[in-house]
Design a binder for this molecule. Structure first.
Ligand SMILES: Nc1ncnc2c1ncn2[C@@H]1O[C@H](COP(=O)(O)OP(=O)(O)OP(=O)(O)O)[C@@H](O)[C@H]1O
Length: 302
């Protein structure tokens, strides 16, 4: 698989402090990469370096296999971005705003109708932009970023400030880009819940460092389950379990075991029943992705 973005030990230092700290970020072609981290973690600073807006203090950025320092213009011609709220001429329509950008880019005229269609603003294109909702403005920003037919789109917190319906529209739009238009997407957010349904891969940063980078499927797998048993005599049952090689603990009257597969659970239940224990409940509790995310971000359990 082709790597579209690769950073190597990327550092940005402000007043002796590393806002981005030896970041190794890797994005595959056709992926939606969710770039996650709490406010101030260094997402925007990283994105600005990826777009050549600020220079790294150390390290390297390669985009499309090329060095950003050497082939900056070549690379940026193939990249679209939405960083911070886009600015418009409010009294002008969506089409007129896009036309101004199209001329600068030298994109073909028909591209305006195409991008309006991609972001579902067809039908609204003649209205002055100042009457647009925030969600429509954000979608117009994406339309503008798509004018140059980019292969890579970089979106910094595109759902910030949107209501649930706006978030859903933005999500559908982003999901359509790799599938229907072959565009690789990097999208940042401070909320996993906004990203998890669309991202194939997530990179989580904390204090400028990458603390997790893998597929969302892998992240799900890490949210391992814990077995909980409610029994008539918990202390004796815990000892019995331990004799059978199942080491657990007692919390609020429940027995808790981690890393048990089905066969072990069956054996333990059988043994306890044979010893005369009454078993009231056997349940599995999986950590939610959000809990796991917070754990990673807060630096526990690594
Ligand atoms: N120009 C600058 N001068 C000094 N410090 C800066 C500058 N830009 C960013 N920082 C610092 O770098 C750190 C990372 O900021 P950054 O904006 O990249 O975080 P972020 O993850 O994008 O957060 P947010 O979601 O709040 O935008 C912060 O501590 C910030 O104060």
């Amino acid at each position: 698989m082709e790597t579209i973005i690769q950073t190597t030990d990327l550092v940005k230092r402000y007043r002796g402090r590393n806002a981005v700290d030896h970041l190794n970020l890797s994005i595959n072609q056709g992926d939606i990469y969710g770039f996650l981290g709490p406010n101030g973690a260094g997402k925007t600073t990283t994105i600005r370096m990826l777009l050549g807006l600020i220079a790294p203090s150390e390290g390297q950025v390669r985009v499309f296999g090329k060095d950003l320092r050497k082939d900056r213009l070549d690379i940026l011609r193939r990249v679209g971005s939405l960083v911070e709220s886009p600015s418009y001429y409010g009294h002008l329509s969506a089409v007129d705003n896009l036309e101004a950008i199209r001329r600068i880019l030298g994109a073909p005229k028909r591209r305006i109708a195409e991008v309006l269609d991609i972001v579902s603003l067809t039908g609204e294109e003649k209205r002055p932009v100042k009457g647009f909702s925030l969600g429509m403005k954000q979608r117009l920003g994406i339309a503008a970023a798509l004018l140059g037919s980019p292969e890579l789109l970089i979106l910094d917190e595109p759902t910030n400030g949107l209501d649930p319906a706006g978030i859903q529209e933005m999500r559908s739009l982003i999901m359509s880009l790799p599938k229907e238009h072959g565009i690789t997407v990097l999208v940042s957010s401070h909320l996993l819940s906004e990203i998890e349904q669309m991202a194939g891969t997530v990179g989580i940063i904390r204090q400028g460092r990458m603390v997790y980078q893998d597929t969302i499927a892998q992240l799900r797998q890490r949210s391992a389950g814990e077995m909980r048993l409610v029994v008539s005599e918990p202390e004796a049952a815990l000892e019995e379990a331990s004799r059978r090689g199942c080491d657990g603990m007692l919390r609020t009257g429940e027995l808790r075991f981690s890393g048990m597969d089905d066969a072990r659970v069956a054996l333990l239940v059988k043994a306890l029943v044979e010893r005369g224990h009454a078993i009231y409940r056997v349940e599995e509790r999986r950590q939610s992705l959000e809990e796991l995310f917070l754990q990673v971000v807060e630096g526990e359990g690594q």
